[in-house]
Ligand binder design. Structure first.
Ligand code: CTP
Ligand code: MN
Ligand code: MN
Length: 490
């Protein structure tokens, strides 16, 4: 998320003390919190306000001079500034408070005190923004350089305060070092500040956050003068089916998916798959397998011990779930699809698969203080812990998930059906991260003279495929120590 912390403004803490009762007394008056309601929702905002006040934090109902931390959830920094300009007449050039993500809030609640905004967070944010921009300019080399630099900073066990702290640290290029130096000296980096004000950057970030929209399409729309989602929705553009779904469910799809939601989706899929193939195995993969709490989607592998039994499974499962009203969108491919459309076989695998959007029933007002169930948990049914959503379809054009009070959430789900013999390779390939996969494949090629993908490992020297039943065996083939999923985030 492109939130850029600004400089803090101090206020006399004594001014904010409101009585001395142990519960609700302001203990940390120097930090004034303002919670942005947009996307967070009013009930969650009241809940978080109450929680923070109980812990002695000063939470302001209105944006004012005494606010030091503006907390938002799933908003870009620019979006927040725009909102504050519109609703509170606050000019962005005179804005002094720090724009912080909800994670600062939940971490501070957990610590029982307002946490210092660490340089490390500032530096990481800046490098991420530069990486995003490189991606939007389709400059892969720069994208990788900034992404690596950012993940190096993330992995440092200490706070960076001076350039000497980075002596001898690999994967930090000259450009990244220059950015870090500028921020350590003056708090901000000119290049980054200019970028977040840049119209092309802002527009392309927004457009590429739509499911089905890549950089080329986003750039084309930008050059045609389009700037906002509403302009897109009102335009005469001929969208692909995927983009149409992306716009229709946009507000939901940009919300993070929680682990709780991922587990519920797994139960739904298990029920559907077992109708057709009782002993099929469904594995949660992608970011959640790496231990992440949140994801942009949920990824699953489906396999069966007896190879061949999985054939034709995907279309049956998707048809059944569609009939149940669980599927809002699907792009289902069987293996034959790939035979004549495999231009990009170097990058993409040829498994039968489905890129879908699920309709997930929400439970009404079940807000957890930990922030892990930030968007309300899902409904449970007395018998199986699942409640299936009603029939899909909306009369509203291109804004289905913006509707208030709807009792479901659209969630992106990837399903991949894998023949058992290739399962270990598919698991390794779909666990990610993308950067990890990239580095591992490159390592295999350059150091092992081997070709690794989600189907197999080919040894060029022995001129044969190397079989593997587990990820451990693949790492052994590559001559590497096993790296557990939790350590594959960078
Ligand atoms: N992947 C792939 N082929 C695709 C899409 C994804 O092989 N067509 C692999 C990628 O290598 C990636 C993994 O599947 O590492 C998961 O992809 P994705 O869901 O995009 O990312 P996550 O790491 O799960 O992160 P997020 O939480 O954002 O979903
Ligand atoms: Mn994923
Ligand atoms: Mn995915």
């Amino acid at each position: 998320m492109a939130l850029v912390p600004r400089k803090k403004k101090r206020k006399d803490p004594a001014l904010s003390l409101v009585g001395d009762s142990p519960v609700g007394a302001v203990k940390f008056g120097e930090a004034g919190i303002f919670l942005v309601e947009r996307r967070m929702g009013s009930s969650r905002r009241s809940f978080l306000t109450e929680l923070a006040r109980k812990k002695g934090f000063r939470v302001e109902e209105q944006m004012s001079e005494s606010v030091t931390h503006v907390v938002s959830e799933n908003n870009s920094g620019d979006e927040v500034l725009e909102l504050l300009e519109k609703q509170n007449g606050i000019c962005r050039t005179e804005f002094k408070a720090a724009l912080v993500d909800i994670t600062w809030f939940t971490e501070s609640m957990g610590a029982g005190k307002p946490l210092q905004l660490e340089n490390r967070h500032r530096l990481q944010d800046a490098l991420k923004i530069l990486a995003e921009n490189a991606e939007l300019s389709e400059n892969e080399g720069r994208y990788l350089a900034f992404t690596r630099a950012s993940s190096v900073l993330k992995s440092l066990p200490y706070n960076v305060t001076k350039m000497d702290d980075l002596k001898g640290i690999p994967n930090l290029g000259d450009h990244s070092r220059k950015v870090i130096e500028e921020i350590l000296e003056g708090g901000t980096c000119n290049e980054v500040q200019n970028l977040i004000q840049n119209e092309r950057y802002q527009t392309l970030m927004k457009f590429t956050s739509i499911f089905g929209v890549g950089v080329k399409t986003a750039d084309k729309w930008f050059r045609e003068g389009l700037r906002t989602l509403n302009e897109l929705r009102a335009s005469k553009i001929k969208f692909t089916k995927q983009q149409e779904a992306g716009l229709l469910y946009y507000e939901d799809l940009i919300l993070p998916v929680t682990k709780v939601e991922a587990d519920l989706i797994q139960q739904i899929i298990e029920e559907a798959v077992h109708r057709f193939l009782p002993s099929a195995v469904i594995t949660l993969t992608g970011g959640f397998r790496r231990g992440k709490e949140y994801g942009h989607d949920v990824d699953f592998l489906i396999t069966h011990r007896e190879e061949g039994r999985e054939e034709g499974l995907i279309s049956k499962v998707i048809s059944w779930m569609t009939a149940q009203g669980i599927i809002l969108y699907d792009d289902t491919m069987d293996n034959s699809y790939h035979k004549w459309k495999n231009k990009e076989s170097e990058i993409f695998d040829r498994f039968a698969k489905c890129f879908s959007i699920f309709k997930l029933q929400k439970m009404v007002h079940n807000l957890e203080p930990s922030g892990t169930c930030s968007h309300g948990s899902l409904a449970t049914n007395e018998t199986r812990g699942i409640r299936l959503a009603g029939h899909a379809g909306s009369s509203q054009h291109l804004t289905a998930s913006a509707a208030k009070d709807k009792d479901w959430k659209a969630v992106r789900v990837d399903l991949v059906v894998v023949p058992f013999g290739q399962y270990a390779y598919a698991l390794l390939g779909w666990t990610g991260s993308r950067l990890f996969e990239r580095d591992l494949r490159r390592y295999a090629k350059h150091f092992g003279h081997m070709m690794l993908n989600s189907h197999s490992l080919f040894d060029n020297k022995q001129n044969k495929f190397l079989l593997a039943a587990t990820e451990e065996e693949i790492f052994a083939h590559l001559g590497l120590d096993y790296i557990p999923p939790q350590e594959r985030n960078a």
